[in-house]
Design a protein around this ligand. Structure first.
Ligand code: GLN
Length: 551
């Protein structure tokens, strides 16, 4: 064991770590809280790297069902990540990459692979030290390449989960190895409010902190999520039971927009608390344009009704980046979005429902996989085309819009995607050539950022204002080039292509308020205060659509 400890001694100065854990229950907004803290530290002039740990056994989020786990967020380097990584990118306006999402699956695969190679020859391979060493190595690597002031690591799940234990143990070891004032623990917990008066109860927090302390972690800061502001007397009670200075108990009440959270935390002096504990230089937050951006989400009074027609509508988080991209664009234009999730499958069994689409100022069809509900989406895409309702199709939405055009405008009644009908007569959407023969599902799609050439004099060109853009992808199928000519001859404008010219990336129609669809996922690039151009253009035309109808 002694040799093991010595092996880990480091020559370079140890970085400052912030470890964020969650207590009581999931769904408290730990991701938003962590991203807000990172944002504040950046506004205070520190360089920060963020990582999210997901203690599940999947290697990445790519094979998980969005309805149970939420959207799969795609990074530029092709990582299929937990949706919290999207929260970090949106708050920090910084691209992340695969190493910023660590899972149990990755850790165990690496250790087992090394064991088979004989790396631990003679050893009995164990959770401590082998698994914890691998975790520590990955956390330390985050720092080695970039050398930021602070590395902020958020652990998914809740303290007490079996899967989380090796990670907590690794955090404890890092703090022990690095010594005082090098690591800081933040515990995000729930203060439930019950009864008519909404009494704030601290017991669940007491238990959650006890659990942390049992495994050797004493939190330095507690962020208390609650409906209303946590009172001073409740903070003092939490302090008494948890051994945390009451001024380090930070209230994080419900707010109208998640983009208000940095101000809520910042105004309670969280940055001063962090810099004091970690002995970082004194620093003040330079808010810049952030308050203007965050207030645009709250101050918008005019309402815009958007219908999102998808397969995974039972969980709003399935499309979380699309939801945010729409909100960014509308807040930017002074509007508040009223987004309704519409189950695409219903448009198959109840064709009359199509008429209700005119109640929306615009229709979005997001990504998806597989046959269920596809016919419903094809009908919706056709209806939006005929009725001139602003329409934005994303990935699956793009492919199905092209199929609807092929069937209804080009007369190819039997057009389809080979994803939905392997023996189709007109495979207008077909498997990409480089996908043929792939039998593994994990991380094998066309993933991540690719450059796109935009055709001049198209709507897409006026929207982006340039000939080259870079966008993120996650798909196996594409528009079959054998059908480009017939689609074009009937008026479909192919306005963006992959750099090699072999894949259609954007389609659009003229003589329509707005009918545009993309093979890529523009939603991953939208930021508060910096909406992605296709969402901005879609929301703009939805606003004019609303105006023309009201008139
Ligand atoms: N299922 C389609 C494909 O694989 C679309 C994927 C998506 O919408 N992300 O190409």
């Amino acid at each position: 064991m002694q040799a093991h400890i010595q092996k880990k001694k480091r020559n370079s100065p140890a970085p400052k770590y912030i470890f964020i854990t969650g207590g009581v229950m999931s769904g408290l907004g730990k991701g938003v809280t962590s991203a807000s803290l990172a944002k504040l530290l950046m506004l205070a002039g520190f360089t920060v790297i963020c990582a999210k740990i997901d203690p599940y056994l999947n290697v990445d989020a790519g094979t998980m069902n969005p309805v149970t786990h939420g959207e799969v967020f795609v990074t530029d380097d092709g990582g299929e990540m937990d949706m919290d990584l999207g929260t970090y990118e949106r708050f920090l306006d910084k691209g992340l990459s695969q190493e910023h999402n660590i899972t149990t699956g990755q850790i165990y695969s690496a250790v087992i692979k090394a064991e088979r190679k004989g790396k631990y020859l003679g050893d009995c391979v164990q959770i401590i030290p082998h698994i914890t060493d691998e975790i520590i190595k990955r956390i330390r690597n985050l720092h080695e390449s970039v050398r930021p002031d602070i590395v902020l690591v958020e652990l998914g799940g809740t303290v007490g989960d079996i899967e989380g234990l090796p990670f907590l143990e690794a955090f404890r070891q890092i703090k022990f190895e690095d010594g005082d004032n090098q690591s800081l623990f933040v515990h995000v917990t729930l203060i439930p409010q019950i009864g008519d008066v909404g009494e704030q109860k601290t017991k669940p927090t007491q238990h959650s902190v006890q659990e942390l302390r049992r495994i050797g972690i004493q939190p330095d800061i507690i962020i208390a999520r609650s409906e209303t502001e946590v009172t001073e007397s409740v903070k003092k009670k939490i302090s008494l039971f948890t051994n945390v200075d009451w001024r380090n108990v930070i209230s994080n009440p419900d707010v109208e927009s998640i983009y208000n959270v940095p101000e809520v935390l910042g105004n309670q002096g969280i940055v001063q608390r962090v810099t004091q504990i970690l002995e970082l230089r004194k620093s003040t937050i330079r808010w810049g344009s952030w308050p203007t951006i965050s207030s645009s989400f709250v101050n918008a009074t005019k309402e815009l009704r958007i219908g999102m027609v998808g397969k995974y509508v039972s969980l709003a988080d399935s499309y979380v980046s699309v939801n945010h991209a729409l909100a960014h664009a509308s807040a930017y234009l002074g509007y508040r979005i009223k987004l309704e999730l519409l189950d695409a499958e219903k448009f198959e069994s109840e064709p009359k429902l199509l008429d209700t689409l005119s109640n929306y100022n615009g229709i979005v069809v997001p990504g998806g996989f597989g046959l269920r509900a596809a016919e419903g989406i094809i009908r919706v895409a056709n209806h939006a085309r005929i009725k001139r309702i602003p329409f934005l199709g994303l990935c699956f939405g793009f492919q199905l819009a092209v199929i609807s055009f092929a069937r209804n405008v080009c007369g190819l009644r039997e057009a389809n995607s080979t994803e939905l009908d392997a023996a189709v007569k007109h495979p207008v959407v077909d498997l990409m050539p480089d996908q043929k023969g792939i039998d593994k599902l994990g991380a094998t799609m066309n993933l991540g950022g690719h450059n796109i050439n935009i055709v001049e004099k198209t709507f897409a060109y006026s929207m982006y204002g340039k000939k080259k853009i870079r966008q993120r992808h996650r798909h196996r199928y594409e528009i079959n080039s054998n059908y480009w000519d017939i689609l074009r001859s009937k008026g479909l404008i192919l306005s963006g292509f992959s750099e090699d010219g072999k894949k259609v990336e954007i389609i659009e129609l003229d003589n329509h308020a707005f009918y545009l669809a993309t093979q890529y996922h523009p939603e991953f690039l939208s930021r508060p205060g910096k909406p992605e151009p296709s969402f901005l253009a879609f929301v703009k035309s939805s606003i004019s659509n609303a105006g023309s109808r009201d008139a």
